[in-house]
Design a protein around this ligand. Structure first.
Ligand code: NAP
Length: 387
């Protein structure tokens, strides 16, 4: 293993919302509670540009090394590391939690280099300890956020390439909501995904199939993307996918859902803030079976109007979820490593939306990376920065 250089290159933003620059900065040391890792690939999500140009108004401190979920190799470990080893390949989870906020009552949770969270405690934790992200050659990362990947199983036995593993963090967001710790989608159940056309939305649809959903009803405004999404599903699973338009007019959306027939067990929403005026969640409440469950992972900050009487008389459960739990990360990695959840979707020239790396960029090419992710980051296309 090569040694850690005293300085390294990182994509830094000095002033909020202004363009970042690649800078040579001191390489962090492995202090207690942390690991230093060499970043191999860091994901660029579809709305990265709108985070760092201020359009999304995500609060975060500057100066900041930008970043997102990443694959990285452990170079050095703090003295309290117990299971991690130098050389391990890790998935770096961006969901950082206060170690002295064990019951989460202070809400000391934020997303590294993305958003400082919702409380003074989360803002302090980001500002004072873990603000810098993964668009850098080296990162210092909390030990508990480094999840070891079994290279032998993933590469030698299952045949994945490094970039394929970047689909894990995409599915992980949906697993936080669909997994056993939240809405608990069960094999054989019918689930609706709205909208299923985005980066995280399409990963949610894929995950539902892999978790054994009997029917996955994909809703979205763009019928061409929905058709591509269906074609990207392996042939033997394709007849479990149904696609219908999402209009935002709740009566039209309800009619479309009812036209499919059968009972709906779970309604999973991961709408962007732009869908704030859409009323499709009301349609979802009406469409769910008695005792049905709705999971809200959409990113808007607006108020929701839901039909109280229907919620009450039908015993509907509505749960919100931000990201996922550490146990979810372990479980999803295990599901992938055992081959129970497959990362690949079919992709070819006709059908380019398989879940694969579609573009790689250097740190200096950040602008092109952000633009490409905005265009291609939807429906499974993975864009990465390789520092
Ligand atoms: N809860 C969490 O932990 C969590 C984690 C990650 C992300 N999120 C949220 O999830 C959102 C979606 O993520 P993503 O990766 O799928 O985003 P994305 O790649 O930007 O896709 C957004 C999707 O929403 C559709 N859309 C846009 N405006 C719409 C409208 N008015 N009505 C209905 N659909 C609309 C877009 O398709 P068309 O424009 O073609 O219709 C697109 O398919 C993010 O914006 C974020 O706020 C939440």
């Amino acid at each position: 293993m090569s040694s850690i250089p005293p300085t390294h290159r990182a994509l830094r933003q000095d002033v909020y919302a202004l363009p970042p620059t690649v800078q040579q900065i001191p390489t962090p040391q492995a202090t207690p509670g942390s690991a230093v890792l060499r970043v191999l690939q860091a994901s660029v999500i579809s709305y990265t540009k709108d985070i760092y140009n201020g359009v999304r108004k995500y609060p975060y401190p500057t100066p900041l090394t930008l970043g997102a979920s990443a694959l990285a190799r452990v170079m050095a470990l703090g003295p309290d590391a117990t299971t991690l080893k130098v050389g391990n390949l890790c998935l770096l989870d961006v969901t950082i939690r206060g170690r002295d906020d064990v019951d989460r009552s202070a809400g000391a949770t934020f997303l590294s280099a993305i958003v400082q969270g919702m409380t003074p405690a989360s803002a302090k934790l980001m500002r004072d300890a873990w603000r810098d992200g993964t668009y850098a050659e080296y990162v210092r990362w909390p030990l508990e956020n480094c999840f070891v990947l079994d290279e032998d199983r993933l590469f030698a036995k299952l045949g994945y390439q490094l970039g394929d593993l970047m689909y894990i963090p995409k599915m992980l967001v949906a697993y936080g909501g669909l997994g056993p710790l939240c809405i608990d989608l069960k094999p054989g159940e019918t689930v609706v995904v709205t909208p299923a056309t985005g980066g995280f939305g399409s990963a949610a649809a894929h995950l539902c199939l892999e978790l054994g959903a009997g029917r996955v009803i994909c809703m979205g405004r763009n019928q061409e993307i929905l058709a591509q999404l269906k074609r990207a599903v392996a042939p033997e699973k394709r007849d479990r996918v149904e696609c219908i338009p999402l209009t935002g007019d709740w009566e039209a959306d309800l009619k479309a859902l009812k036209s499919l027939g059968g009972l709906i067990d779970v309604f999973f929403d991961i709408s962007p803030p732009a869908a704030a005026d859409s009323r499709h969640l009301k349609a979802g409440i009406f469409a769910l079976r008695n005792g049905g469950r709705m999971c809200l992972m959409g990113g808007g900050n607006h108020d929701l109007v839901l039909p109280n009487g229907v919620l009450m008389h039908k015993d509907i459960t509505v749960k919100g979820k931000w990201m996922y739990e550490p146990t979810d990360v372990k479980r999803l990695i295990a599901l992938v490593e055992t081959g129970l959840v497959q990362l690949h979707r079919e992709a070819d020239d006709v059908n380019p939306l398989g879940a694969r790396v579609v573009a790689k960029f250097k740190l200096e090419e950040w602008e092109e990376a952000f633009d490409t992710a905005e265009k291609q980051g939807r429906s499974g296309g993975i864009v990465v920065i390789e520092p």
